[in-house]
Each structure stands twice: as C-alpha cells, then as structure tokens.
Design a protein. Structure first.
Length: 251
C-alpha cells in the first residue's frame, strides 16, 4: 500500500467516469509519445498503459509511489522518472504529449516549464485547481485574464473541458478542479521578439489597475503613449494587441 503526503499536495483521483473523460480527451489528438506528470497511485496510469503503440513515460517525485507503481504494473519498468517535473530534462527527443493530474502547489510552474518545451509539445491535457484552469483559458476582458492567460495563449489554444468535483479525489481537496486542453497554435503570434512580448505582458499586468499609459511608460516613447490604446487597462488587450505593441516598444 501507500500513504498520502500532504507536503506533496497529493489528492488522488478515484472517479472512473472522470478518468475515462480525461482519456477520451487525450485520444482526440494523435500522438506516439506520452509523458504523465505525477501518476501517484496510478488511477490514470492504469488506463494510459493500455494505449497501444505509445512510448509512455511518467515522472513521479515520491519514491514510495514509484515503488508501488513498479510492483503493481510490471510494464512500467524503466518507464518512471523519479524526480520533480520541474527539474527533469526533456524526456523525449521528438514531439510528445503531456498529461497529468498536476500538483496544485506547482501547477503554474508546470505550465511555464511546458512553455520551455513548446516546440516539442503539441498537446497538453491537464487537471488543475479550477482557479488556475480558468486563468489559463480566460479570454481578454475577463476578471481572471492575466499574465498566465496571455503567455500561455501566445503559444497554445486553451480549451476548458470540464469541472472535477472534490469528491472525485481521495482525500477530497478544498477546491474544485478543472481539466483543460492546450493545443499548440498553428500560426505563431507575430511579435518583435519573445522577450519583448513577455516583458510587455508582465509589466502591463504588474500594475493592472492602472491604465497602460501609466503602467507602460518605461517601455514606450511619450509620442507612442498618446495612442488611444494606452487609455485601456491590461485585461482589455487581446494577445494580438500585445503582440502588435511589441513592435512599438523602445527596446
């Protein structure tokens, strides 16, 4: 058997209907390599290893869970990377899909790690705390649209798939969860540079209560700042608006 570790934010999925919905969402896209993040006790893993012609790997930090999975599923021999997802090297040299019931305490960091691998990761199916899932999928104009939304959506189309209630887990978390699908954009966002876009988005949302004219005065000349778009606040700009503004930045 195994124990649950609060220090690792472990909440293990037990709802078979939800597990099947996640697997169905995964199957909507073709793939030949798959990385599961945080398999835990294997609720999702047991279904993923049934997929045929797939090169499967999982990354799990908890030694006890690694030992448990190895004993329960012989097919996982040499398939589990014992480490934190945030610390590993890219597990495949070619394109691969990422799936997981992501630990809530590092879920935003996980998304930014995936952005580092975006050239190799066309699809992500992830379960997050609903708050994080909502922010990742939120369109401009929403109260929860922010840095995470604008940075993720620059590279991926984000689709909110469904809620997962607390009772679907053992132990039940104190929050509702949400499953989202990230599909890499067919056409990359047209920006002056990736760095310029990230600096602009982070600076704009760092003072989201201010108009862009005040929040971004260090990034643009006084003449450019007279444009009407700078009367708006950060959450009112689409990712395309931010992208267009990168070409007008001072540096």
């Amino acid at each position: 058997m195994y124990t649950l570790k609060k220090s690792l934010g472990q909440h293990f999925l037990k709802d078979e209907l939800i597990i099947q919905k996640i697997v169905d969402a995964l199957k909507a896209n073709s793939f030949s390599r798959l990385l599961e993040v945080g398999p835990g006790a294997g609720a999702l893993t047991k279904e993923l290893i049934k997929l045929t012609d797939i090169d499967f790997k999982a990354v799990e930090l908890d030694r006890e869970k690694v030992d448990y999975l190895h004993k329960k599923y012989e097919v996982l021999k040499d398939k589990i990377i014992e480490a934190s997802f945030l610390d590993i090297e890219m597990p495949f040299q070619e394109s691969f899909t990422v799936i997981g019931n992501f630990p809530y305490n590092i879920s935003t960091q996980i998304l930014f790690k995936i952005l580092e691998w975006k050239e190799h990761v066309p699809v992500v199916i992830g379960m997050f705390q609903k708050e994080v899932a909502d922010r990742a999928a939120s369109p401009s104009g929403s109260k929860v649209y922010g840095v995470l939304s604008a940075l993720i959506q620059a590279y991926y189309d984000v689709e909110y798939l469904f809620d997962v209630p607390a009772e679907s887990f053992n132990p039940p978390p104190k929050v509702v969860s949400g499953v989202i699908r990230l599909t890499r954009r067919q056409e990359p966002l047209n920006v002056k540079s990736e760095r310029a876009y990230w600096v602009l988005v982070k600076t704009a949302f760092n003072q989201r209560r201010k108009t862009l004219r005040n929040a971004l005065k260090s990034q643009f000349t006084a003449e450019v700042l007279t444009d009407d778009i700078f009367k708006k606040r950060a959450e009112q700009l689409s990712i395309e608006d931010f992208a267009a503004l990168t070409f007008r930045m001072q540096s």
